[in-house]
Design a protein around this ligand. Structure first.
Ligand SMILES: NC(=O)c1ccc[n+]([C@@H]2O[C@H](COP(=O)([O-])OP(=O)(O)OC[C@H]3O[C@@H](n4cnc5c(N)ncnc54)[C@H](OP(=O)(O)O)[C@@H]3O)[C@@H](O)[C@H]2O)c1
Length: 369
């Protein structure tokens, strides 16, 4: 992968000269992926209407066996975009214009740098979440060999981890970071009228629901890093992994309702969502907080007020400075990205199918063929 670094404004775009890129040719129930060589439809995938399963990372390498392998990781927005955002209620539903190039997360090598960019050079190994939520509706273009990235969204790739693992990090890591550590911006919050504020974690008890997922497994590790006692909620096959990542207690949601066996926690980070999010209010102590990574459908605001629990959410935003800070944790092993599987970019459809299989652990990454 090659990256061109731009300032946010008048960002030059080199996608037109990219030799390989993958497009969603249409949205809706069926989706046709095409590359731009001859415009032939090369893969057709009719996704299930089953629950969207977070992310299918995908990454690719520019030359087999030659140098580092740049990667892409399909993220939740990829699914939503591919599906025409039908997971969202009508009033929230944007109108994506097809064809488009999806993908937000990348790890690769800088190929060109705009004149006014400082701090990055050709040949640097970098990682980023690209133009999110700015390009939420039109695709950030990461399913391509070349991608144009505003320099403020970029950070040097963590030393000691490969492009596959680095590509698995940006969106999930930034989400966990901005919920738990530092918001990092003053942009309006699309989910609520007030600014999301992370809470102190040192010595606190934090329950992470959906702990084995992209956001969840990184949230577990960040909370541990900040000195919290962490309760991880996931299915049993993920117990060993989550304990290895630092979870102090594990609850298998397939056999036990976490809110019935846990009480007085300081913070619940719910990285699952759905109609029953409010059940966690009873697991939180008065003065504590319930953070909703996917807040759509939460209706129990009055009960939260009665119980004295702060309910808050935010939308992740691209942030190179935070990725630079997190890179130190990735480099020294404090935080690990778990990679479920990798697929060549030409198998993007299969990567998405894998992600919807419901049995993924961590991230799926697309590699460059
Ligand atoms: N606010 C934002 O800006 C933002 C950013 C990124 C993502 N999100 C949202 O956050 C959510 C999570 O994203 P993700 O990428 O982490 O998804 P993911 O990788 O698919 O992870 C979801 C995890 O939830 C677990 N799970 C499923 N049902 C569960 C249940 N009933 N109880 C407990 N755990 C359950 C699954 O584990 P098992 O395999 O063990 O079942 C899975 O590992 C998505 O809704 C996504 O849209 C929001």
């Amino acid at each position: 992968m090659a990256l061109r670094l731009d300032k946010r404004i008048n960002a030059p775009n080199i996608r037109d000269s990219a030799p390989h890129r993958w497009l969603i040719w249409s949205g809706g129930d069926s989706h046709v992926y095409r590359d731009n060589e001859g415009g032939q439809a090369t893969r057709v995938w009719r996704p299930r209407r089953a629950p969207l399963r977070g992310c299918a990372p995908a990454c690719r390498s520019t030359r087999r066996g030659a140098g580092p392998r740049p990667c892409r990781r399909p993220e939740s927005p990829d699914w939503y975009l591919r599906d025409g955002y039908r997971a969202l209620p009508p009033e929230w539903r944007p109108d994506p214009s097809f064809p488009l190039i999806p993908g937000t997360d990348v790890s690769g090598v800088v190929e060109a740098v705009a004149d006014d960019v400082r701090g990055f050079n050709r040949g640097d190994e970098v990682y980023a979440m690209v133009r999110f939520p700015e390009n939420l509706m039109k695709g950030s273009g990461a399913y391509a060999e070349y991608v144009s990235i505003p320099a403020p969204e970029l950070a040097l790739k963590p030393v000691g981890i490969d492009h596959v693992h680095a590509a698995g990090a940006p969106m999930s890591l930034l989400t966990a970071w901005q919920f738990l550590i530092e918001l990092g911006h003053d942009e309006p919050n699309p989910f609520q009228s007030f600014r999301h504020e992370p809470v102190p974690l040192q010595g606190k008890t934090v329950l992470v629901n959906g702990a084995s997922g992209g956001v969840g497994h990184l949230a577990v590790q960040l909370a541990k890093w900040k000195g919290a006692r962490v309760i991880a909620v996931a299915s049993s096959r993920n117990e060993a992994l989550l304990r290895d990542l630092g979870a102090d207690q594990f609850i298998d949601y397939t056999t036990t309702a976490a809110e019935e066996v846990v009480c007085d926690v300081d913070l619940v980070l719910d990285a699952v969502g759905g109609a029953k999010m409010g059940r966690f209010l009873h697991a939180v102590k008065r003065g504590g907080a319930l953070f909703l990574v996917n807040p759509l459908g939460f209706i129990d605001h009055e009960e939260a007020e009665t119980l004295g629990v702060t309910v808050s959410s935010t939308q992740v935003r691209s942030n190179g400075a935070q990725l630079a800070e997190a890179a130190r944790l990735l480099a020294n092993g404090t935080v690990r990205v778990i990679v479920d599987s990798t697929y060549p970019l030409s198998d993007v459809s299969r990567a998405h199918q894998r992600a919807t299989s419901g049995r993924i652990q961590g991230k799926i990454v697309l590699t460059m063929d």
